[in-house]
Design a protein around this ligand. Structure first.
Ligand SMILES: [Fe+2]
Ligand SMILES: [Fe+2]
Length: 560
Protein backbone atom coordinates (compact mmCIF):
# COMPACT_ATOMS: atom_id res chain seq x y z
CA UNK A 1 0.00 0.00 0.00
CA UNK A 2 1.38 3.40 -0.93
CA UNK A 3 1.99 5.85 1.88
CA UNK A 4 -0.25 8.40 0.22
CA UNK A 5 -3.10 5.88 0.34
CA UNK A 6 -2.39 5.10 3.96
CA UNK A 7 -2.26 8.76 4.85
CA UNK A 8 -5.41 9.64 3.04
CA UNK A 9 -7.75 6.70 2.88
CA UNK A 10 -10.41 9.35 2.50
CA UNK A 11 -8.24 11.75 0.60
CA UNK A 12 -10.15 14.29 -1.41
CA UNK A 13 -8.39 15.34 -4.56
CA UNK A 14 -8.94 18.59 -6.36
CA UNK A 15 -9.32 18.24 -10.10
CA UNK A 16 -6.57 19.56 -12.28
CA UNK A 17 -3.77 19.28 -9.78
CA UNK A 18 -0.46 18.13 -11.08
CA UNK A 19 1.60 15.78 -9.00
CA UNK A 20 4.60 16.25 -11.25
CA UNK A 21 5.03 19.89 -10.38
CA UNK A 22 4.70 19.15 -6.70
CA UNK A 23 1.25 20.74 -6.46
CA UNK A 24 -0.17 17.61 -4.98
CA UNK A 25 -3.80 17.74 -3.91
CA UNK A 26 -4.55 18.66 -0.35
CA UNK A 27 -5.08 15.50 1.61
CA UNK A 28 -7.66 15.27 4.33
CA UNK A 29 -5.80 12.64 6.28
CA UNK A 30 -7.65 9.66 7.63
CA UNK A 31 -5.35 9.50 10.64
CA UNK A 32 -6.40 12.91 11.87
CA UNK A 33 -9.27 11.80 14.04
CA UNK A 34 -9.36 8.74 16.19
CA UNK A 35 -12.30 6.44 15.86
CA UNK A 36 -14.03 7.66 19.00
CA UNK A 37 -17.64 8.88 18.51
CA UNK A 38 -16.31 12.43 18.86
CA UNK A 39 -13.54 11.73 16.35
CA UNK A 40 -16.08 10.28 13.90
CA UNK A 41 -18.19 13.43 14.19
CA UNK A 42 -15.20 15.69 13.48
CA UNK A 43 -14.15 13.51 10.58
CA UNK A 44 -17.60 13.42 9.01
CA UNK A 45 -17.94 17.19 9.33
CA UNK A 46 -14.65 17.97 7.59
CA UNK A 47 -15.43 20.01 4.51
CA UNK A 48 -19.20 19.91 5.12
CA UNK A 49 -20.20 23.26 6.64
CA UNK A 50 -23.84 22.22 7.12
CA UNK A 51 -23.08 19.62 9.80
CA UNK A 52 -21.41 22.05 12.26
CA UNK A 53 -24.25 24.50 11.65
CA UNK A 54 -26.82 21.83 12.53
CA UNK A 55 -24.81 20.82 15.61
CA UNK A 56 -24.58 24.47 16.70
CA UNK A 57 -28.33 24.77 16.20
CA UNK A 58 -28.99 21.69 18.34
CA UNK A 59 -26.64 23.00 21.05
CA UNK A 60 -28.45 26.34 20.89
CA UNK A 61 -31.84 24.68 21.36
CA UNK A 62 -30.52 22.68 24.34
CA UNK A 63 -29.08 25.83 25.90
CA UNK A 64 -32.38 27.62 25.22
CA UNK A 65 -34.35 24.94 27.10
CA UNK A 66 -31.86 24.99 29.98
CA UNK A 67 -32.31 28.76 30.23
CA UNK A 68 -36.09 28.50 30.00
CA UNK A 69 -36.16 25.89 32.77
CA UNK A 70 -35.06 28.46 35.37
CA UNK A 71 -36.42 31.89 34.95
CA UNK A 72 -37.82 34.55 37.17
CA UNK A 73 -40.64 35.14 34.63
CA UNK A 74 -43.81 33.16 33.93
CA UNK A 75 -43.05 29.86 32.22
CA UNK A 76 -45.02 28.91 29.13
CA UNK A 77 -44.68 27.74 25.53
CA UNK A 78 -44.63 31.26 24.07
CA UNK A 79 -42.02 32.58 26.49
CA UNK A 80 -39.93 29.41 25.96
CA UNK A 81 -40.08 29.94 22.21
CA UNK A 82 -39.08 33.59 22.66
CA UNK A 83 -36.13 32.55 24.79
CA UNK A 84 -35.08 29.94 22.22
CA UNK A 85 -35.11 32.60 19.50
CA UNK A 86 -33.12 35.02 21.65
CA UNK A 87 -30.52 32.40 22.60
CA UNK A 88 -30.16 31.25 18.99
CA UNK A 89 -29.77 34.87 17.93
CA UNK A 90 -26.98 35.46 20.47
CA UNK A 91 -25.18 32.21 19.55
CA UNK A 92 -25.64 32.89 15.82
CA UNK A 93 -24.06 36.32 16.25
CA UNK A 94 -21.16 34.71 18.09
CA UNK A 95 -20.80 32.14 15.30
CA UNK A 96 -20.50 34.86 12.65
CA UNK A 97 -18.23 36.91 14.91
CA UNK A 98 -15.84 33.96 15.07
CA UNK A 99 -16.21 33.14 11.36
CA UNK A 100 -15.48 36.65 10.17
CA UNK A 101 -12.76 37.55 12.62
CA UNK A 102 -10.87 34.36 13.12
CA UNK A 103 -8.23 32.78 10.95
CA UNK A 104 -8.84 29.43 9.29
CA UNK A 105 -7.72 26.93 11.94
CA UNK A 106 -10.03 28.45 14.56
CA UNK A 107 -13.15 28.06 12.48
CA UNK A 108 -12.70 24.37 11.74
CA UNK A 109 -15.82 22.41 12.55
CA UNK A 110 -14.12 20.76 15.49
CA UNK A 111 -13.39 24.12 17.06
CA UNK A 112 -16.96 25.26 16.49
CA UNK A 113 -18.13 22.21 18.45
CA UNK A 114 -15.58 22.95 21.15
CA UNK A 115 -16.79 26.54 21.42
CA UNK A 116 -20.42 25.36 21.63
CA UNK A 117 -19.55 22.68 24.19
CA UNK A 118 -17.77 25.16 26.46
CA UNK A 119 -20.79 27.47 26.41
CA UNK A 120 -23.19 24.56 27.00
CA UNK A 121 -21.09 23.26 29.90
CA UNK A 122 -20.90 26.73 31.45
CA UNK A 123 -24.67 27.24 31.23
CA UNK A 124 -25.34 23.73 32.63
CA UNK A 125 -23.01 24.43 35.58
CA UNK A 126 -24.75 27.76 36.25
CA UNK A 127 -28.13 26.04 36.07
CA UNK A 128 -27.09 23.41 38.63
CA UNK A 129 -25.58 26.11 40.80
CA UNK A 130 -28.90 27.97 40.75
CA UNK A 131 -30.58 24.94 42.31
CA UNK A 132 -27.98 24.91 45.08
CA UNK A 133 -28.25 28.67 45.55
CA UNK A 134 -32.05 28.45 45.90
CA UNK A 135 -31.67 25.92 48.73
CA UNK A 136 -28.96 28.05 50.33
CA UNK A 137 -31.30 31.03 50.22
CA UNK A 138 -33.92 28.98 52.02
CA UNK A 139 -31.34 28.10 54.68
CA UNK A 140 -30.13 31.70 55.01
CA UNK A 141 -33.23 33.75 54.18
CA UNK A 142 -31.70 36.97 55.57
CA UNK A 143 -29.25 37.01 52.60
CA UNK A 144 -30.99 38.39 49.50
CA UNK A 145 -31.24 35.88 46.63
CA UNK A 146 -29.63 38.25 44.16
CA UNK A 147 -26.51 38.38 46.37
CA UNK A 148 -26.21 34.62 45.90
CA UNK A 149 -26.41 35.12 42.13
CA UNK A 150 -23.14 37.05 42.24
CA UNK A 151 -21.31 33.79 42.99
CA UNK A 152 -22.17 32.41 39.52
CA UNK A 153 -18.80 32.22 37.66
CA UNK A 154 -19.86 33.84 34.40
CA UNK A 155 -16.16 34.28 33.50
CA UNK A 156 -15.67 30.50 33.38
CA UNK A 157 -16.40 30.24 29.63
CA UNK A 158 -14.12 33.12 28.66
CA UNK A 159 -11.21 31.88 30.81
CA UNK A 160 -11.45 28.40 29.26
CA UNK A 161 -11.77 29.79 25.74
CA UNK A 162 -8.72 32.03 26.16
CA UNK A 163 -6.64 28.95 26.87
CA UNK A 164 -8.32 26.80 24.22
CA UNK A 165 -8.39 29.48 21.48
CA UNK A 166 -7.41 33.07 22.15
CA UNK A 167 -8.60 36.22 23.92
CA UNK A 168 -10.48 37.43 20.81
CA UNK A 169 -12.78 34.39 20.68
CA UNK A 170 -13.09 34.50 24.46
CA UNK A 171 -14.15 38.15 24.31
CA UNK A 172 -17.02 37.36 21.93
CA UNK A 173 -18.05 34.37 24.03
CA UNK A 174 -17.84 36.48 27.22
CA UNK A 175 -20.55 38.81 25.90
CA UNK A 176 -22.73 35.92 24.67
CA UNK A 177 -22.46 33.90 27.89
CA UNK A 178 -23.17 36.98 30.03
CA UNK A 179 -26.34 37.77 28.05
CA UNK A 180 -27.59 34.16 28.16
CA UNK A 181 -26.80 33.80 31.88
CA UNK A 182 -28.58 37.05 32.74
CA UNK A 183 -31.56 35.89 30.70
CA UNK A 184 -31.64 32.74 32.81
CA UNK A 185 -30.99 34.29 36.21
CA UNK A 186 -32.50 37.72 36.68
CA UNK A 187 -33.97 40.86 35.18
CA UNK A 188 -31.40 43.08 36.86
CA UNK A 189 -29.12 44.95 34.48
CA UNK A 190 -26.52 45.12 37.27
CA UNK A 191 -26.02 41.34 37.00
CA UNK A 192 -25.38 41.64 33.26
CA UNK A 193 -22.79 44.38 33.83
CA UNK A 194 -21.17 42.39 36.63
CA UNK A 195 -21.00 39.26 34.44
CA UNK A 196 -19.62 41.06 31.38
CA UNK A 197 -16.89 42.89 33.34
CA UNK A 198 -15.78 39.68 35.09
CA UNK A 199 -15.86 37.66 31.86
CA UNK A 200 -13.88 40.26 29.92
CA UNK A 201 -11.25 40.51 32.63
CA UNK A 202 -11.15 36.69 32.62
CA UNK A 203 -10.53 36.68 28.87
CA UNK A 204 -7.64 39.11 29.09
CA UNK A 205 -6.15 37.97 32.40
CA UNK A 206 -4.26 35.15 30.73
CA UNK A 207 -1.38 36.40 28.65
CA UNK A 208 0.92 33.41 28.56
CA UNK A 209 -0.26 29.97 29.48
CA UNK A 210 2.82 28.51 31.10
CA UNK A 211 1.45 26.29 33.80
CA UNK A 212 -1.82 24.93 35.14
CA UNK A 213 -1.78 27.47 37.99
CA UNK A 214 -2.68 30.07 35.38
CA UNK A 215 -6.34 29.51 36.31
CA UNK A 216 -5.73 30.60 39.87
CA UNK A 217 -4.22 33.81 38.59
CA UNK A 218 -7.22 34.28 36.31
CA UNK A 219 -9.55 33.59 39.27
CA UNK A 220 -7.74 36.26 41.28
CA UNK A 221 -8.16 38.89 38.55
CA UNK A 222 -11.81 37.98 38.05
CA UNK A 223 -12.43 38.27 41.80
CA UNK A 224 -10.68 41.65 41.84
CA UNK A 225 -12.76 42.89 38.89
CA UNK A 226 -15.92 41.64 40.63
CA UNK A 227 -15.02 43.46 43.84
CA UNK A 228 -14.45 46.71 41.95
CA UNK A 229 -17.74 46.32 40.07
CA UNK A 230 -19.67 45.67 43.26
CA UNK A 231 -18.14 48.75 44.94
CA UNK A 232 -19.09 50.87 41.93
CA UNK A 233 -22.67 49.56 42.15
CA UNK A 234 -23.12 51.11 45.63
CA UNK A 235 -23.55 54.71 44.44
CA UNK A 236 -25.12 53.74 41.09
CA UNK A 237 -27.85 51.42 42.37
CA UNK A 238 -28.01 52.70 45.96
CA UNK A 239 -26.87 49.42 47.54
CA UNK A 240 -26.96 49.21 51.32
CA UNK A 241 -23.92 48.32 53.44
CA UNK A 242 -25.14 44.76 54.00
CA UNK A 243 -25.78 44.22 50.27
CA UNK A 244 -22.25 45.48 49.63
CA UNK A 245 -20.75 43.03 52.13
CA UNK A 246 -22.68 40.08 50.65
CA UNK A 247 -21.68 41.26 47.18
CA UNK A 248 -18.01 41.40 48.15
CA UNK A 249 -18.08 37.90 49.62
CA UNK A 250 -19.90 36.59 46.54
CA UNK A 251 -17.29 38.26 44.30
CA UNK A 252 -14.48 36.38 46.00
CA UNK A 253 -16.36 33.06 45.89
CA UNK A 254 -16.99 33.76 42.20
CA UNK A 255 -13.23 34.03 41.51
CA UNK A 256 -12.51 30.80 43.39
CA UNK A 257 -15.22 28.94 41.44
CA UNK A 258 -13.82 30.21 38.12
CA UNK A 259 -10.38 28.83 39.01
CA UNK A 260 -11.72 25.50 40.28
CA UNK A 261 -14.10 24.77 37.40
CA UNK A 262 -11.65 25.91 34.71
CA UNK A 263 -8.74 23.82 36.01
CA UNK A 264 -11.03 20.77 36.31
CA UNK A 265 -12.71 21.10 32.93
CA UNK A 266 -9.68 21.91 30.77
CA UNK A 267 -8.04 18.44 30.87
CA UNK A 268 -11.41 16.85 30.03
CA UNK A 269 -11.90 19.18 27.04
CA UNK A 270 -8.30 18.66 25.92
CA UNK A 271 -8.86 14.90 25.98
CA UNK A 272 -12.27 14.86 24.26
CA UNK A 273 -11.35 17.34 21.53
CA UNK A 274 -7.72 16.26 21.16
CA UNK A 275 -6.69 19.88 21.41
CA UNK A 276 -3.12 21.09 21.82
CA UNK A 277 -3.35 23.94 24.30
CA UNK A 278 -0.14 25.64 25.40
CA UNK A 279 -0.36 23.67 28.64
CA UNK A 280 -0.51 20.38 26.74
CA UNK A 281 2.38 21.50 24.52
CA UNK A 282 4.45 22.39 27.56
CA UNK A 283 3.93 18.88 28.89
CA UNK A 284 5.00 17.43 25.54
CA UNK A 285 8.09 19.64 25.40
CA UNK A 286 9.46 17.90 28.49
CA UNK A 287 12.46 15.90 27.30
CA UNK A 288 11.56 13.13 29.73
CA UNK A 289 8.52 12.22 27.63
CA UNK A 290 8.72 8.47 26.76
CA UNK A 291 8.82 9.08 23.00
CA UNK A 292 11.67 11.59 23.28
CA UNK A 293 13.58 9.28 25.62
CA UNK A 294 13.18 6.50 23.09
CA UNK A 295 14.42 8.81 20.33
CA UNK A 296 17.46 9.78 22.40
CA UNK A 297 18.41 6.17 23.07
CA UNK A 298 17.66 4.70 19.63
CA UNK A 299 18.48 7.57 17.28
CA UNK A 300 20.79 10.01 19.10
CA UNK A 301 21.71 11.85 15.90
CA UNK A 302 18.07 12.47 15.07
CA UNK A 303 17.44 13.51 18.67
CA UNK A 304 20.17 16.14 18.47
CA UNK A 305 18.88 17.30 15.07
CA UNK A 306 15.37 17.65 16.56
CA UNK A 307 16.64 19.76 19.46
CA UNK A 308 18.56 22.06 17.11
CA UNK A 309 15.49 22.27 14.91
CA UNK A 310 13.48 23.29 17.96
CA UNK A 311 15.79 26.26 18.55
CA UNK A 312 15.61 27.37 14.93
CA UNK A 313 11.86 26.91 14.54
CA UNK A 314 11.09 28.67 17.82
CA UNK A 315 13.20 31.70 16.89
CA UNK A 316 11.63 31.92 13.43
CA UNK A 317 8.16 31.56 14.88
CA UNK A 318 8.76 34.37 17.36
CA UNK A 319 10.02 36.55 14.53
CA UNK A 320 6.76 36.31 12.58
CA UNK A 321 4.29 36.02 15.47
CA UNK A 322 3.40 32.36 14.91
CA UNK A 323 3.16 29.85 17.78
CA UNK A 324 6.74 29.30 19.06
CA UNK A 325 5.78 26.55 21.48
CA UNK A 326 3.97 24.58 18.79
CA UNK A 327 7.02 24.93 16.54
CA UNK A 328 9.38 23.73 19.25
CA UNK A 329 7.25 20.72 20.18
CA UNK A 330 6.61 19.94 16.51
CA UNK A 331 10.38 19.97 15.96
CA UNK A 332 10.93 17.53 18.81
CA UNK A 333 8.52 14.99 17.33
CA UNK A 334 8.84 15.63 13.58
CA UNK A 335 11.27 12.77 12.88
CA UNK A 336 10.05 10.40 15.56
CA UNK A 337 9.45 7.74 12.88
CA UNK A 338 13.21 7.33 12.44
CA UNK A 339 13.22 5.36 15.69
CA UNK A 340 12.03 2.31 13.74
CA UNK A 341 15.01 2.21 11.32
CA UNK A 342 17.59 4.58 12.82
CA UNK A 343 20.61 3.13 11.06
CA UNK A 344 19.24 4.10 7.66
CA UNK A 345 19.58 7.80 8.47
CA UNK A 346 23.05 9.20 8.19
CA UNK A 347 22.93 11.28 11.35
CA UNK A 348 22.69 8.01 13.32
CA UNK A 349 25.39 6.13 11.40
CA UNK A 350 28.10 6.23 14.01
CA UNK A 351 30.05 3.36 12.47
CA UNK A 352 30.36 5.26 9.20
CA UNK A 353 28.83 2.32 7.35
CA UNK A 354 26.16 3.50 5.01
CA UNK A 355 23.37 0.95 4.84
CA UNK A 356 22.15 2.44 1.60
CA UNK A 357 25.32 1.38 -0.23
CA UNK A 358 23.89 -2.10 -0.68
CA UNK A 359 20.37 -0.98 -1.59
CA UNK A 360 18.87 0.24 -4.83
CA UNK A 361 18.03 3.96 -4.87
CA UNK A 362 14.30 3.22 -5.08
CA UNK A 363 14.39 0.97 -2.02
CA UNK A 364 16.52 3.51 -0.13
CA UNK A 365 14.00 6.20 -1.01
CA UNK A 366 11.12 4.03 0.20
CA UNK A 367 12.84 3.46 3.54
CA UNK A 368 13.64 7.15 3.96
CA UNK A 369 10.11 8.24 3.05
CA UNK A 370 8.58 5.63 5.36
CA UNK A 371 9.77 7.56 8.43
CA UNK A 372 6.78 9.84 7.85
CA UNK A 373 4.28 6.98 8.02
CA UNK A 374 6.09 5.41 10.98
CA UNK A 375 6.15 8.79 12.72
CA UNK A 376 2.40 9.25 12.34
CA UNK A 377 1.75 5.74 13.65
CA UNK A 378 3.96 6.27 16.68
CA UNK A 379 2.49 9.69 17.39
CA UNK A 380 -1.02 8.24 17.32
CA UNK A 381 0.00 5.36 19.57
CA UNK A 382 1.25 7.90 22.10
CA UNK A 383 -1.89 10.05 21.70
CA UNK A 384 -0.12 13.17 20.52
CA UNK A 385 -2.61 15.89 19.54
CA UNK A 386 -3.52 16.11 15.81
CA UNK A 387 -1.83 19.51 15.57
CA UNK A 388 1.50 17.82 16.27
CA UNK A 389 0.73 14.72 14.19
CA UNK A 390 -0.04 16.95 11.19
CA UNK A 391 3.44 18.44 11.30
CA UNK A 392 5.04 15.02 10.70
CA UNK A 393 3.99 14.59 7.04
CA UNK A 394 3.89 18.34 6.38
CA UNK A 395 7.52 18.98 7.30
CA UNK A 396 8.51 17.26 4.05
CA UNK A 397 5.47 18.31 2.03
CA UNK A 398 5.68 16.80 -1.44
CA UNK A 399 9.41 17.30 -1.81
CA UNK A 400 11.64 14.87 -3.69
CA UNK A 401 14.27 12.74 -1.99
CA UNK A 402 16.78 14.36 -4.32
CA UNK A 403 19.83 12.37 -3.32
CA UNK A 404 18.34 9.00 -4.29
CA UNK A 405 16.46 10.41 -7.27
CA UNK A 406 19.70 11.74 -8.72
CA UNK A 407 21.46 8.49 -7.83
CA UNK A 408 18.75 6.50 -9.60
CA UNK A 409 19.04 8.66 -12.69
CA UNK A 410 22.82 8.31 -12.73
CA UNK A 411 22.72 4.54 -12.43
CA UNK A 412 19.66 4.04 -14.58
CA UNK A 413 19.14 0.62 -16.02
CA UNK A 414 17.36 0.98 -19.41
CA UNK A 415 15.60 -2.36 -18.87
CA UNK A 416 13.87 -1.04 -15.75
CA UNK A 417 12.28 1.86 -17.59
CA UNK A 418 12.27 5.56 -16.85
CA UNK A 419 13.05 6.88 -13.37
CA UNK A 420 9.93 8.75 -12.29
CA UNK A 421 10.26 11.76 -10.03
CA UNK A 422 6.97 11.06 -8.28
CA UNK A 423 8.31 7.71 -7.06
CA UNK A 424 10.84 9.67 -5.02
CA UNK A 425 8.41 12.19 -3.59
CA UNK A 426 7.17 12.43 -0.03
CA UNK A 427 3.41 11.85 0.13
CA UNK A 428 2.51 15.29 1.47
CA UNK A 429 0.44 17.24 2.20
CA UNK A 430 2.33 20.49 1.81
CA UNK A 431 2.57 22.68 4.91
CA UNK A 432 -0.92 23.88 5.77
CA UNK A 433 0.06 26.27 8.56
CA UNK A 434 2.80 28.79 9.16
CA UNK A 435 4.25 26.55 11.85
CA UNK A 436 4.48 23.57 9.47
CA UNK A 437 6.18 25.77 6.86
CA UNK A 438 8.71 26.99 9.43
CA UNK A 439 9.48 23.38 10.32
CA UNK A 440 10.03 22.47 6.68
CA UNK A 441 12.41 25.39 6.17
CA UNK A 442 14.21 24.86 9.48
CA UNK A 443 14.60 21.14 8.81
CA UNK A 444 16.36 21.75 5.51
CA UNK A 445 18.46 24.59 6.90
CA UNK A 446 19.54 22.70 10.02
CA UNK A 447 20.70 19.64 8.09
CA UNK A 448 22.49 21.70 5.46
CA UNK A 449 24.25 23.86 8.05
CA UNK A 450 25.94 20.73 9.40
CA UNK A 451 27.76 20.35 6.11
CA UNK A 452 29.48 23.74 6.41
CA UNK A 453 33.12 23.23 7.36
CA UNK A 454 33.79 26.88 8.04
CA UNK A 455 30.43 28.37 8.97
CA UNK A 456 31.05 32.09 8.71
CA UNK A 457 28.00 34.38 9.01
CA UNK A 458 28.23 35.14 5.28
CA UNK A 459 28.19 31.47 4.34
CA UNK A 460 25.35 30.72 6.73
CA UNK A 461 23.37 33.59 5.24
CA UNK A 462 23.99 32.37 1.70
CA UNK A 463 22.97 28.84 2.62
CA UNK A 464 19.77 29.97 4.32
CA UNK A 465 18.80 32.21 1.42
CA UNK A 466 19.28 29.48 -1.13
CA UNK A 467 17.31 26.91 0.85
CA UNK A 468 14.42 29.29 1.50
CA UNK A 469 14.37 30.28 -2.19
CA UNK A 470 14.44 26.67 -3.33
CA UNK A 471 11.56 25.58 -1.12
CA UNK A 472 9.58 28.64 -2.18
CA UNK A 473 10.17 28.11 -5.92
CA UNK A 474 9.30 24.43 -5.59
CA UNK A 475 5.82 25.60 -4.60
CA UNK A 476 5.92 23.89 -1.20
CA UNK A 477 4.65 27.00 0.57
CA UNK A 478 1.62 27.48 -1.67
CA UNK A 479 -0.93 26.17 0.85
CA UNK A 480 0.11 28.07 3.98
CA UNK A 481 -0.32 31.68 5.03
CA UNK A 482 3.31 32.82 4.97
CA UNK A 483 3.98 36.20 3.35
CA UNK A 484 7.20 37.18 1.60
CA UNK A 485 7.93 39.45 4.54
CA UNK A 486 7.53 36.45 6.86
CA UNK A 487 9.97 34.45 4.73
CA UNK A 488 12.50 37.24 4.98
CA UNK A 489 12.13 37.41 8.76
CA UNK A 490 12.30 33.62 9.09
CA UNK A 491 15.55 33.62 7.09
CA UNK A 492 17.02 36.32 9.33
CA UNK A 493 16.06 34.37 12.45
CA UNK A 494 17.72 31.21 11.07
CA UNK A 495 20.92 33.13 10.32
CA UNK A 496 20.93 34.64 13.81
CA UNK A 497 20.50 31.29 15.57
CA UNK A 498 22.91 29.37 13.32
CA UNK A 499 25.57 32.04 13.68
CA UNK A 500 25.22 31.83 17.46
CA UNK A 501 25.44 28.02 17.37
CA UNK A 502 28.44 27.89 15.04
CA UNK A 503 30.33 30.83 16.52
CA UNK A 504 34.10 30.67 16.58
CA UNK A 505 36.03 30.13 19.79
CA UNK A 506 39.64 30.93 20.51
CA UNK A 507 41.98 27.99 20.05
CA UNK A 508 42.95 25.98 23.10
CA UNK A 509 46.69 26.44 23.66
CA UNK A 510 48.51 23.13 23.28
CA UNK A 511 45.70 21.48 21.32
CA UNK A 512 45.66 21.55 17.55
CA UNK A 513 42.18 20.19 16.82
CA UNK A 514 42.13 21.75 13.42
CA UNK A 515 45.48 20.40 12.32
CA UNK A 516 45.45 19.06 8.86
CA UNK A 517 42.39 20.99 7.88
CA UNK A 518 42.82 22.79 4.68
CA UNK A 519 42.76 26.54 5.02
CA UNK A 520 40.08 27.80 2.77
CA UNK A 521 39.80 31.23 1.27
CA UNK A 522 36.70 33.07 2.25
CA UNK A 523 34.46 34.62 -0.31
CA UNK A 524 32.64 37.46 1.27
CA UNK A 525 28.85 37.52 0.97
CA UNK A 526 28.49 34.52 -1.37
CA UNK A 527 27.91 31.86 1.24
CA UNK A 528 28.79 29.04 -1.13
CA UNK A 529 28.64 25.77 0.68
CA UNK A 530 29.05 23.11 -1.91
CA UNK A 531 32.49 24.19 -3.06
CA UNK A 532 33.84 24.04 0.44
CA UNK A 533 32.41 20.77 1.61
CA UNK A 534 34.78 18.25 3.09
CA UNK A 535 35.05 15.00 1.20
CA UNK A 536 32.93 13.09 3.69
CA UNK A 537 30.16 15.65 3.34
CA UNK A 538 30.26 16.03 -0.39
CA UNK A 539 27.72 13.30 -0.98
CA UNK A 540 25.26 14.82 1.43
CA UNK A 541 24.46 17.96 -0.49
CA UNK A 542 23.07 17.87 -3.96
CA UNK A 543 23.37 21.02 -5.99
CA UNK A 544 21.56 21.84 -9.16
CA UNK A 545 21.55 24.76 -11.49
CA UNK A 546 18.25 26.53 -11.44
CA UNK A 547 17.33 29.89 -12.85
CA UNK A 548 20.96 30.73 -13.40
CA UNK A 549 21.88 30.35 -9.73
CA UNK A 550 23.00 27.47 -7.61
CA UNK A 551 20.41 26.06 -5.28
CA UNK A 552 21.12 23.75 -2.41
CA UNK A 553 18.33 21.25 -2.79
CA UNK A 554 17.72 18.45 -0.32
CA UNK A 555 20.21 16.37 1.45
CA UNK A 556 19.93 12.72 0.60
CA UNK A 557 19.85 11.00 3.92
CA UNK A 558 20.50 13.85 6.28
CA UNK A 559 17.42 15.92 5.83
CA UNK A 560 14.66 13.42 6.22
FE1 LIG B 1 14.27 16.36 10.27
FE1 LIG C 1 11.87 14.06 8.37
Amino acid sequence: MKISQWLGAEAKTKKGNDTKTGTKPTILPAYRYRLSPMGQLFRTSEGRPLIPLVVVLVLGVIIGFVVASYRPYPFGPISTLAILILVLFVLGTLYFYVRFLETRPTISSKNIYLLGTVILLAILIFRLQLVILSSLHQTFPFIPLHSFYYTIPVALGSVLLTVLFNARTAFGAAVAVSIITTLMVTEEISFLLYGIVGAMVGAFSIRRTQERTVFYRAGFWVALANVCTVIVFVPIYGWTASTLVYGLIASLVNGVLVALFASTLLPVLEYLFETATDLKLLELSNLNQPLLKQLMKTAPGTYHHSLMLGELAEAASEAIGANPLLCRVGAYYHDIGKVRKPAYFIENQMDAMNRHDKLSPSLSSLIVVSHVKDGIEMALEHRLPPTIVDLIPQHHGTRVVTYFYEKAKDSQDPDLGEVKEEDYRYPGPKPQTREAAILMLADAVEAAARTLTDPTPARIKGLVQRIVNTIFTEGQLSECDLTLKDLHQIGNAFVRVLTAIHHHRVDYPGYRFEEGRKKEGEKKGDGDTDSKLPKEDAGRVVTTKKGGGEDVIRLGETEQ
